[in-house]
Design a protein around this ligand. Structure first.
Ligand SMILES: Nc1ncnc2c1ncn2[C@@H]1O[C@H](COP(=O)(O)OP(=O)(O)O)[C@@H](O)[C@H]1O
Ligand SMILES: [Mg+2]
Length: 395
């Protein structure tokens, strides 16, 4: 798939403008705080309906304004998909697909697929399980719209069950089995999809990683609260788990096990990557997982997903840059950097280079690498979501 047009209005610090991206590499160069990440975010919002940086849509609206919008045209094999996202300060979000409003965010999933890689993605390997679940949720929602619906159902049932657990007076606990059944049903589907996804991710990620990291072995496996061969048995296993945990859950006021607590186990040469990996190894693992995600998206949809690479090249040495460029070959890619020349960025003849200055994106033309390029470092931007607390309830 290829973005052919992108229009921004009052989106963060970006000037109102329409861009015509190049078909392959699009390099967005500019010093800090000019709007490069905001531009990638705007594209991502059209893919999944929300930012990769914040859960608060109102932050996306330019300060002092009431509304914002971003729209794009994406050419796919089956034609042009036009996505328009409108936001208001009061919290209303409208999404149109080819001119028709959608009523559920799930209907947006799968129209435009993107893999986003930012320095914050290091959290995939470095931080707690919630980062890895979020990765699974974001990725699976894009390739399997059904997954997103089950995820919504799961979270609805989970918050109902947790509300009951926190206020178990007056015999309301008698309704717990209703929520247990719903949780088990939705949870089984999430577990099955995640397990399948992780098995495929494992194959691609280990191959990619071996190349990027000179033969180092990298394994990926899904670690679930409930194990069983098929969805039906998974449902039964999850239900048994919920019933078994009931007493403990009531005491703690929270649902202590289930897909919302599952994790992905990552190992480098047999050792837990999160605990023993160096910063550089973790970064390479995260990149391998993201590139593996892209392979799965391609297999599932038959389309090349967009690649959004934020400040990635400055973190890699020359050899890894070359390898990454080899991997991303014929894909439409949006790459941010401080200076394409200094970071020794792509030599693809048809790369479109744009300067991003104070929210304005100015196409500069095609990139030609200068001899004597040098390497630079850049600031890491790390974000994380807090882990859900499972501390005992205070009464
Ligand atoms: N809602 C908003 N309205 C106006 N400016 C914003 C808004 N949100 C963020 N900004 C500003 O956008 C600027 C550019 O951010 P960013 O895209 O992250 O820069 P970079 O080019 O370093 O990636 C920042 O200075 C930030 O203060
Ligand atoms: Mg940035």
């Amino acid at each position: 798939m290829r973005l052919t047009s992108l229009t921004l209005n009052r989106y963060r610090n970006l000037e109102p403008q329409t861009l015509k991206p190049g078909p392959l590499q699009n390099i967005l160069a500019g010093s800090n705080a000019q709007g490069k990440t905001n531009l990638l975010e705007a594209i991502y919002v059209c893919c999944v309906g929300r930012s990769h940086q914040t859960v608060r849509d109102r932050e996306l609206i330019r300060w002092g304004e009431e509304t914002a919008s971003v729209s794009l045209d994406c050419a796919r094999r089956d034609g042009i998909h036009r996505i328009e996202v409108g936001l208001t300060l009061s919290g209303r979000k409208t999404i149109r697909i080819n001119g028709s409003p959608i009523h559920r965010i799930g209907d947006l999933m799968g129209h435009i697929n993107a893999v986003i890689f930012t320095p914050a993605e290091l959290s995939l390997v470095r931080d707690g399980p919630s980062c890895r679940r979020r990765f699974l949720n974001m990725s699976l929602s894009q390739i399997r719209p059904d997954y997103f619906l089950w995820l919504q159902r799961y979270h609805q049932a989970l918050s109902q069950r947790n509300a009951l657990l926190r206020a178990p007076e007056g015999g309301v606990l008698a309704t717990l089995p209703v929520w247990d059944a719903q949780l088990a049903r939705a949870g089984a589907r999430l577990t099955a999809d995640r397990r399948d996804f992780c098995a495929r991710l494992a194959v691609h990620a280990s191959e990619i990683h071996a190349e990027l990291a000179g033969g180092e072995s990298f394994t990926v496996s899904y670690s679930a609260a409930a194990e069983a061969d098929d969805t039906e048995r998974l449902e039964a296993a999850l239900l048994a788990l919920l019933i078994n945990n009931r007493e403990n859950d009531v005491r703690r006021g929270i649902t202590t096990a289930g897909p919302h607590r599952d994790d992905i186990v990552l190992r480098i040469d047999g050792a837990d990557a999160r605990v023993y990996g160096s910063q550089g190894q973790k970064r390479t693992c995260a990149l391998s997982m993201k590139l593996a995600e892209r392979e799965i998206m391609r297999e599932e949809t038959g389309e090349e997903p967009l690649l959004l690479l934020d400040d990635v090249f400055s973190e890699l040495d020359g050899e890894r840059r070359r390898m990454l460029l080899g991997f991303i070959g014929g894909t439409q890619t949006f790459i941010t950097c401080v200076s394409a020349e200094q970071e020794g960025l792509p030599r693809q003849e048809d790369a479109l280079v744009c300067d991003v200055i104070a929210g304005r994106i100015r196409p500069r033309g095609r990139y030609r690498a200068e001899p004597g390029e040098r390497e630079t470092g850049s600031d890491d931007i790390f974000t994380d979501e807090p882990e859900p607390s499972d501390a005992p309830r205070q009464t």
